[in-house]
Every structure is written in C-alpha cells, then in structure tokens.
Design a protein around this ligand. Sequence first.
Ligand SMILES: Cc1cc2nc3c(=O)[nH]c(=O)nc-3n(C[C@H](O)[C@H](O)[C@H](O)COP(=O)(O)OP(=O)(O)OC[C@H]3O[C@@H](n4cnc5c(N)ncnc54)[C@H](O)[C@@H]3O)c2cc1C
Length: 305
Amino acid sequence: MLRRVLLFGSENEFLARRLPRYRFVKRAVRRFMPGEDLEDALRESSALSKTNKGTLLTLLGENVNEESESTEVVQSYLDTLTAVGDRSLDVEISVKLTQLGLDLDEGVAESNLRALVESSGKLDRLVWVDMESSAYIDRTLDLYRAVRADHANVGICLQTYLRRTPEDLETLLPLGAAVRLVKGAYAEPSDIAFPTKRDVDEAFFELACMLIDAPPAVRGAFGTHDVALMRRIQAAGEERGIDRDRLEFQMLYGIGVRDQDRLVADGYRVRVLISYGSAWFPWYMRRLAERPANLMFVLRKMFSA
Ligand SMILES: Cc1cc2nc3c(=O)[nH]c(=O)nc-3n(C[C@H](O)[C@H](O)[C@H](O)COP(=O)(O)OP(=O)(O)OC[C@H]3O[C@@H](n4cnc5c(N)ncnc54)[C@H](O)[C@@H]3O)c2cc1C
C-alpha cells in the first residue's frame, strides 16, 4: 500500500515542484547521490575505482517534451563521455529512452541513442538502456535491436517482475546482447507483472541462470541488492565452474556498500550506479518505494540539525 502511495507520489507534479525545496529532503537524498553535478559523480567514480568498483552514470530525468531538451540531454552525456575518456575512468552510461525523445519521435530517440553509442564505442565503453514502465517495453526493445544490429557496445535492462521477460530474453541471447536484470521499479498491473516478491525473485534467479548458461559473447549483469538472491546466483556460477569475474553485480550508490565490498573481495565484478542532475524527485520517490523503511531515514533528517 505504502509502495503504491510512494509510486503515485513519484508521478505527482505538485510534489515534484514543492518537496525538493526543503533542506531536509535534500539532506536525505545525499545518501543516494553524491551531488547534483557531473563533477560530484566523476569524483565519486574515481574514488570507487580505487576499491575496484566500476561505475554507471545516469543523468536524472525522464520524459522530455521538446526535441531541444533531448538534444541537451545528449550533449550532457557526450560531455560526460569526454570527461570519462580524459580521466580514463571505468565508467559506463545508463540512459532512459524517454529522456532521449521516445515520446516525441522514435527516430529522434534512435538517432540520439546512436550518437551516444558511437561516442562510447570510441572509448570502448558500453551504453546501457534502462527499462521504463510497461507502455515503453516494445518500443525500447525494437530500438535496442536496431542499434545492436550495428553496434556491439549497447546493453539493455530487463525487468524480472514482467511475465513476458523470459521470452524477451530468449530473443536477445542470439544477438550476443548485454543484459542487466532488475526486479522492476514501476507499479504494473498483475496481468503483466507478478504481484508477489517470491515470484519476482524466483523469475530473477531463473533468468540469471539463463544468462550464466549463455555463450561468453553475452554479458549478463545482475542489478540487485537482495543478498539471498545474490548468493543463489553466486552458487549457480560455482556449480557450473564459471570464473567469478564473469559474474557482474550492479547496485545503486549508497545501498549495500558492505555487500559490494564483500563481492569485490570474493572476486566478483561490481558496478555502482551513480545518479546526478537536478531532476531527482521521481527517482528518489521510487527509491523510497523500494524500501519504505527509508522514510524513517528522511524523517530523522527532518528533525536532525
Ligand atoms: C544498477 C541498477 C539499475 C536499475 N535499472 C532499472 C531500470 O532500468 N528499470 C527499472 O524498472 N528498475 C531499475 N532498477 C531498480 C530495480 O528494478 C529495483 O527496484 C531495485 O533494485 C530494488 O530491488 P532489489 O533487487 O534490490 O530487491 P528488493 O527485494 O527490493 O530489496 C532487497 C534488499 O535490498 C535493500 N534495498 C533495496 N532497495 C533499497 C533502497 N532503495 N534503499 C535501501 N535499501 C534497499 C533492502 O535491504 C532490501 O531488503 C535498477 C537497479 C539497479 C541496482
């Protein structure tokens, strides 16, 4: 119930305008992002690389209403890639197609994605395409396939709460796709998404095994903080004699830091997703919805100095 309220709040424009003005909200958000500026994110990427963790950078923001806004987003990512190249950082970018103009025109979103993939390719880095709410899945997959046909350095996120995902993964494996599994962060109806955590977790494990069993050309990544699930995936890798550094776990900045450290110490690959930018409200509400206990953290910040 609380999760649905928070997800509703994530789409509420009045709250999106008002709440970010409060200092206690800004202080609470700091736990999940090092700062609003690219420089903050790059500084943290550099610090994380010293602990053998790679980084994913994502500029916060979703659906754009004008083509010029999507051009600004692309330019911002191109600047990010220039900085990543100049500083030789182990950074990949993770982008939302609605931020690249998917609602305006699929052709615009495609050419924007191609520009980023080409620029990343020159640095030998991958671009990840995030998966958004269910209305966008078919368009996202179509666009991914079109760009993947020309460029190997593009990956896609799949959500394990969706009943359709096993079939989607089956069609992506022969392409040698890079696939990040996540449980899924949007409120979806039960006819298209599993309503229980147990089913979502079980689907995650089965899809993870499909990725582990795929040929080495496929890059699988597991975007989760669920320790029990990570342990099952690690055990599945061990059973099959897979080198640990072929298993990659991706987590959000500020969450599960001890687990990240343990994974690195045990020889697994870890990549931390850092968000930056000023449009953090809907994203932050989704983080709260993932773990309503975080609301206590916000409330403590509200009353602390
Ligand atoms: C790298 C990455 C990329 C992602 N990309 C997408 C995407 O493109 N599309 C999409 O729909 N979703 C995306 N997500 C979000 C994802 O769908 C889940 O909503 C999120 O990861 C929480 O699920 P979980 O697997 O951690 O498991 P859960 O079962 O939700 O959580 C397991 C445990 O992790 C901890 N935890 C989880 N979330 C939080 C939190 N916010 N704060 C504190 N502790 C927490 C808690 O201890 C919890 O008990 C992404 C997540 C990651 C890590």
